[in-house]
Design a protein around this ligand. Structure first.
Ligand code: MOS
Length: 748
């Protein structure tokens, strides 16, 4: 068992020239690009039936009547499931996900029926014949309008929604320079390529779900608890996932309804959501309203930081967007207040989306810091350096490692920050106003309990098994690298078995904890296997595993010789121990963006971008860079285009498709690069690595928004920064050529 109660000492991974760290190609890459990696909907079973969801068309009220007579007559229809014939389920709780519970409608797009037919087309056609009579009620769908009804949400994972240190109000009143600004971020959808999908198959009492899922161990537990069947009778398989970003952390309606219906008709059921169904029937990121107050001395020393955030969720849902969380860790200040408020609205369920908290929190905080730098006439990097804390500003604990300043310095050098004009609206390229911006990146570095198993066969192949998933992040590859390195084997002698809840349990992929958690478990299993091999060979503890051999002193043996005729296996387990209590654990980075803003159209184009990060040992240079760049692209989208448009009159998501919900595409992203600084964090994990899946998005959008300000002098605090907001600002103010500084900064 690896527990992180104590820092890791020297390990075999510290040996130079190992596989860990190398930018190996993904070992599953060939399967994916040749279409042979099965995704949830693609497994083959005999005589599958097909399901299609029916969603509510009102946002609040109840179902008075569902007329299913014409559906039952429709071609190929086998079953229609509604709250009237839904078998008994466990009540709703954080551990369950009951569906079609009763006649209540809590949001528009809530699943209200499942139609099952002999083909997808017949199921979908029949779904349009369902006639529902509703008793509609007035709903609340507008965060700003309902802000006054906000509640203090319950603590989450032991973390309080509010923190307070010192006296923020007094410090603000007395400070010579202050910023007060309210930022808004819109609701967002994960927009992963693969929509939610399930195939449900029963073998007697045993249920197998092929399910697009980030966390199969928890998924199987949720399904078992909801259907009130033994946990060991549920197996969730999710070997390849077409992206998740948090949307697939928990099982959704497709898994539960496919399982229930498949049992009723004694046939496998395939059930996939359409994209317009994914928007409301699964989860999304809440919009936020964030009030920032910063106070500083004339030399830039922060005297007070206050960050209050409002987000919303569906009735009965108490999770909130932790937008002010990072503000507790990032800058030194004697007076610090963070607060989260939750408004219950009649809207679909909000939940985690890539870097929940930081992703939108830094869109506000890191722009407010830029506003402060402008007010102080201090370089934004220098302002941050002057407020670099020695310990966690809220908890007082030391940081395990903290490389924010080196990331900013390296980024400034590589990006050419010194060429930035400190005055806005000064740099032109034809009809484009050009500007540069930067922002800090910070993201929590969690680890959770995880397990793994390794088995070495007489053929010399090492099989690594764990319920860990690969959601496109590279889990298959990095875990194989860790195992190969520790056993001294080439990568092609490691076979990975992941994404199956029958394998040793892990928390799966999410929250940037995947590599730390599953990786440490694989590390532990491999170290235990080394011990068994050393004992079997009769070698000593100093034995090295290198090039397929055990070597010690003058003695040497091949792995196959030591294994002999019977497979040798070992279990591994990892636990975060005390490390997250003793140390504040965060990964860090700095983003630099250059944008052009078209003086005629107001269009904003990213011209180039750089992220410099420090996240402990980098396990695979290629997949890590890909994660970082993917996050940065996500951040560019958040800054410039991504927004779910909610019709606040009826609670509908208007642009519920990828034509009208804009994510950044290739044409939006020019030269962009990500660099990792060398770092080892012995407090973080067995590999001394930190999570990187979410670091890239954190602060990325703020650097773009700050660049827009630098280009134009316009400070837009309402994301995304679309051209209409630029044009509005220009039409309200003077034309750009006459303008010196537009946008309000509170300077006293
Ligand atoms: Mo992440 S939002 O925990 O997949």
């Amino acid at each position: 068992m690896i527990d992180m109660d104590r820092p890791m000492g020297r390990t075999p991974l510290d040996r130079p020239g190992g596989l860990v760290g190398q930018g190996l190609d993904r070992i599953d890459g060939k399967l994916k690009v040749t279409g042979r990696a099965p995704y949830a909907y693609e497994y083959r079973f005999d005589r599958p039936a097909y399901g299609f969801l029916v969603l509510s068309t009102i946002a609040r009220g109840r179902i008075q009547d569902i007329d299913t007579a014409s559906v039952e007559q429709a071609a190929g229809v086998i079953l229609i499931l509604t709250h009237r014939n839904m078998p008994k389920q466990a009540p709703n709780s954080p551990r369950t996900a009951p569906q079609l519970v009763d006649d209540r409608i809590a949001f528009r797009g809530q699943p209200i029926a499942l139609v099952v037919a002999d083909s997808f087309e017949n199921a979908r056609a029949a779904s349009y014949l369902v006639k529902v009579r509703y008793v509609a009620e007035m709903g609340a769908h507008d965060l700003a309008a309902a802000q006054g009804s906000a509640i203090i949400p319950p603590p989450r994972n032991g973390s309080s929604p509010d923190t307070s240190k010192g006296d923020v109000d007094a410090a603000l009143a007395a400070a010579p320079v202050k910023i007060e600004a309210t930022y808004r971020t819109p609701a967002q959808t994960h927009a992963m390529m693969e929509p939610h999908a399930t195939i449900a198959v029963w073998n007697g009492e045993r249920l197998v779900l092929c399910n697009a899922n980030q966390n199969v161990s928890r998924g199987a537990a949720t399904v078992a608890a909801t259907l009130q069947i033994p946990r060991e009778n549920v197996r969730v398989i999710s070997r390849y996932v077409g992206g998740g970003f948090g949307a697939k952390l928990a099982v959704q309606a497709d898994a539960i309804l496919a399982a229930v219906a498949a049992r009723m008709i004694r046939r496998p059921i395939k059930l996939a959501l359409t994209r317009p169904q994914v928007f409301p029937a699964t989860t999304h990121r809440s919009d936020t309203i964030q009030r920032l107050r910063l106070a500083a001395d004339r030399d830039g020393t922060l005297l007070a930081v206050a960050h209050e955030s409002w987000s919303d969720n569906a009735p009965g849902e108490n999770s909130y967007e932790g937008a002010a969380q990072a503000t507790r860790n990032i800058y030194a200040t004697p007076n610090l207040l963070t607060a989260h408020r939750l408004v219950h609205l009649d809207l679909p369920v909000s939940a985690a989306m890539r870097a929940p908290g930081e992703a939108v929190g830094l869109l506000a905080l890191e722009c407010a810091m830029d506003e402060l730098a402008v007010a102080l006439e201090i370089d934004p990097i220098e302002l941050r350096i002057r407020n670099e804390p020695r310990v966690d500003p809220q908890r007082g604990t030391p940081f395990s490692t903290r490389m924010l300043v080196p990331c900013m310095r390296k980024g400034a050098e590589l990006f050419g920050w010194s060429r930035r004009s400190t005055r806005t609206g000064q740099v032109r390229d034809g009809e484009w106003l050009v500007g540069m911006g930067m922002a800090a990146a910070i993201r929590g570095n969690p680890m959770l309990p995880a397990a793994a198993k390794v088995a070495l066969g007489p053929d010399g192949m090492l099989v690594v098994s764990s319920s860990m998933t690969d959601i496109g992040t590279g889990s298959y590859t990095i875990l194989a690298q860790i195992a190969a390195d520790l056993l001294g084997l080439p990568i092609h002698r490691v076979a990975m078995r992941l994404g199956d809840s029958d394998l040793p349990p892990t928390p799966g992929s999410g929250g940037s904890f995947g590599a730390n958690s599953a990786g440490s478990a694989v590390y532990d299993a491999c170290m235990n296997l080394r011990g068994k091999l050393i004992a079997k060979a009769g070698f000593d503890a100093g034995t090295r595993f290198i090039a397929g051999r055990l070597e010690s002193g003058g003695r040497s043996a091949t792995i196959e010789e030591v294994v002999g005729s019977a497979t040798i296996s070992a279990d591994g387990a990892a636990d975060p121990g005390q490390s997250r209590k003793t140390f504040t654990q965060e990964s860090f980075g700095a983003h630099f963006a250059e944008v052009g803003v078209n003086e005629v159209t107001g269009e904003i184009r990213l011209r180039r971008m750089l992220g410099v990060f420090a996240a402990g040992r980098i396990l695979n240079g290629k997949t890590a860079r890909s994660q970082a760049i993917g996050g940065m692209v996500f951040g560019v989208g958040a800054a410039l285009m991504e927004a779910i448009v909610t019709d606040v009159r009826d609670g509908s998501f208007v642009n519920d498709n990828l034509a009208e919900y804009h994510v950044a595409v290739h044409a939006d992203i020019p030269a962009i690069d990500a660099v990792f600084l060398p770092e080892l964090d012995p407090h973080s994990s067995a590999m001394k690595s930190k999570g990187i899946g979410e670091l890239g998005i954190c602060g990325a959008g703020a650097s773009v928004a700050n660049a827009v300000y630098n280009a134009t002098g316009i400070r837009i605090r309402d994301y995304p920064l679309t051209l209409d907001k630029i044009l509005d600002s220009w039409s309200r103010e003077t034309r750009p050529e006459q303008r010196s500084e537009v946008g309000s900064v509170g300077r006293t």
